[in-house]
Design a protein around this ligand. Structure first.
Ligand SMILES: Cc1ncc(C[n+]2csc(CCOP(=O)(O)OP(=O)(O)O)c2C)c(N)n1
Length: 542
């Protein structure tokens, strides 16, 4: 005989899961008991939300679904922000929650929460398992759904009695058969041909690279398509790092916080190829102005995204990697883009990054420091930013060469970067992982310094301390008559001493010179490191 809890573990093993992030409680104890008998490594986070963020950082770094685990009630509800964050950024995630015994469901008993109901609008699918014999099918389906089509989170809620129930044998299905679920991967041939013709005929074509290119592992295809056809590329924040930033065909990040020349390029183009970009309002805030002058081709694996935020002339539903391959085959002659590329290059050279950096003495100037830091980092490093000014400074000033830039782009969740960095480092121990955060966000997840120490993940943290919730303060200052309630962080701790209390090496920088010297020391040191950079509280985002 085999119990439900043992089956849960066997399912994870069958999916080659080597690592899960979680936090226990009574309703998930049977599973934890079985997990302790397995080779699967468990990372004990200090708050469930961070289990979801860590699993999401893991998934983004290695492409496989991340797994997080929580108990019923408060454990499960703590996961919600992490699940919603993953949903908005299309990250494959399996969230496993314990639930009260089935006969108590719906009676408001101790630690009961309707988590499948609560997560309905931000999971790709969710299951409440009522029969132990359903577990293998449910797990097989969950992994399939999370990682195919547009990736996303799947929740599996398992009552305690299902975890303790027994059946005769364990049999894991070879394939998931889900009625009505057939994500389309190959683009429609006619549409691909039309798209190739439109690009070929255009005088000012432009590729907009979004996070979908990362999810589809379509980096090589995108670069070679751009190079072979000499088509300029701009990126959304989620697509940063796909196109090498030193490429003569790369022209920066679009959007509200993007580069001015990149925004000018998207307005001047006559044919735009949106690749895995959902055209969110922070990336493009005036889609009508663009569509009226330009032919729009949109490639996305999720048909619901096409035409949602921007009118599209040629929709192509499919996996960006496969579609770009077939598009390349259809292209024939490359378009004449010499003059267009030269024009964009002139714009780029003219462009001064967001005015002159303002800085008081005794502070680190963020953008010049980030440019210096990126030059010190290894080519394939993973950079993870939090949300706020630090995110925009990092996204617009970092020169990510072959590396990755991970951030909570969709939901904009503060507290994301530290746990996600732990997950990413555990997924890719050989890559340099640097986490950037503000002093507000850091305090939302600093309990994870303990997880960092325990897990042995060698994450380097750069804390931009401006002693306020900078991005909101800036907004209040500009649009609310200079009244800035609730954004001063007067009770900040001594972060260097705090890191010391965890046994983590730490240092304080108060000028670009000291920040650069200490950053080098940080990158060369072994183990985790916290570099606190004192930032002028009035330093602007742009
Ligand atoms: C969980 C959450 N709460 C509130 C916000 C709203 N918000 C966006 S940026 C920001 C300020 C962030 O401050 P800090 O972490 O110190 O970073 P800074 O902007 O100073 O770099 C806030 C409060 C958010 N994005 N996420």
């Amino acid at each position: 005989m085999i119990t439900g809890a043992e089956i849960m573990v066997r399912c994870l093993e069958s999916e080659q899961v080597g690592l899960v992030f979680g936090y226990p409680g009574a309703a998930i104890c049977p599973f934890y008991d079985s997990l302790s008998q397995s080779k699967i490594r468990h990372i004990l986070v200090r708050q469930e939300q961070n289990a979801a963020h860590a699993a999401s950082g893991y998934a983004r770094a290695c492409g496989k679904p991340g797994v997080c685990v929580a108990t019923s009630g408060p454990g499960a509800t703590n996961l919600i922000t992490g699940i919603a964050t993953a949903y908005m950024d299309s990250i494959p995630l399996i969230a496993i929650t314990g639930q009260v015994n089935q006969w108590l469901l719906g009676r408001d008993v101790f630690q009961e929460a309707d988590i499948t109901g609560a997560c309905e609008s931000f999971t790709k699918h969710s299951y409440l398992v009522k029969d132990v014999s359903d577990l293998p099918r449910v797990f097989k389906e969950a992994f399939h759904i999370a990682s195919t089509g547009r990736p996303g989170p799947v929740l599996i809620d398992i009552p305690t009695d299902v975890q303790t129930a027994e059946i005769g044998s364990f049999d894991y299905p070879q394939k998931a058969e889900i009625a009505g679920y057939r994500p389309r991967t190959q683009g429609h041939a006619v549409q691909v041909r039309r798209a190739a013709e439109a690009v070929r005929k255009s005088k000012r074509p432009l590729i907009v690279c979004g996070g979908g290119v990362v999810s589809a592992a379509a980096r090589e295809e995108l670069i070679s398509f751009a190079q072979e056809n000499q088509i300029p590329v701009v990126s959304t924040m989620m697509g940063l790092g796909v196109m090498p930033m030193d490429s003569p065909l790369y022209f920066g990040m679009i959007g509200m916080h993007g580069h001015e020349n990149a925004n000018r390029a998207i307005h001047a183009a006559d044919c735009i190829l949106l690749c895995g970009a959902r055209v969110g309002d922070r990336a493009v805030n005036d889609p009508e102005k663009i569509t009226e002058k330009s032919m729009i081709i949109h490639i996305d694996v999720d048909p619901a995204e096409i035409g949602k935020n921007m009118d599209v002339d040629i929709p192509i539903v499919g996996d960006v990697r496969l579609v770009l391959k077939s598009l390349a085959q259809q292209m024939g002659a490359a378009p004449e883009t010499g003059e267009w590329v030269r024009r964009l290059a002139r714009d780029k050279a003219e462009f001064v990054p967001h005015g002159t950096p303002q800085n008081g003495t005794g502070f680190v100037e963020p953008r010049s420091f980030f440019r210096a830091l990126s030059a010190m980092m290894r080519e394939n490093a993973i950079l993870i930013s939090d949300v706020g000014q630090n995110q925009i400074w990092a996204a617009s000033s970092f020169n990510v060469k072959l590396g990755r830039f991970l951030t909570s782009g969709g939901l904009g969740t503060m507290g994301y970067s530290l746990p996600a960095a732990v997950g990413a480092k555990l997924a890719k121990p050989d890559r340099q992982v640097v986490c950037i955060c503000g002093d507000g966000a850091f305090q939302m997840s600093m309990c994870e310094l303990a997880t960092l120490c325990e897990s042995g993940a060698e994450v380097k943290i750069v804390l931009m301390q401006n002693s306020r919730l900078g991005m909101v303060w800036e907004l209040q200052n500009r649009y609310y008559g200079g009244r800035c309630p609730a954004t001063e962080l007067e009770g900040n701790p001594d972060f260097v001493a705090l890191a010391g209390a965890y046994g983590i090496r730490s240092a304080l920088a108060d000028s670009n010179g000291s920040a650069e010297r200490l950053a080098r020391e940080m990158l060369e040191s072994r183990g985790p490191f916290l570099l606190v950079c004192r930032v002028d509280p009035g330093a602007p985002t742009l």
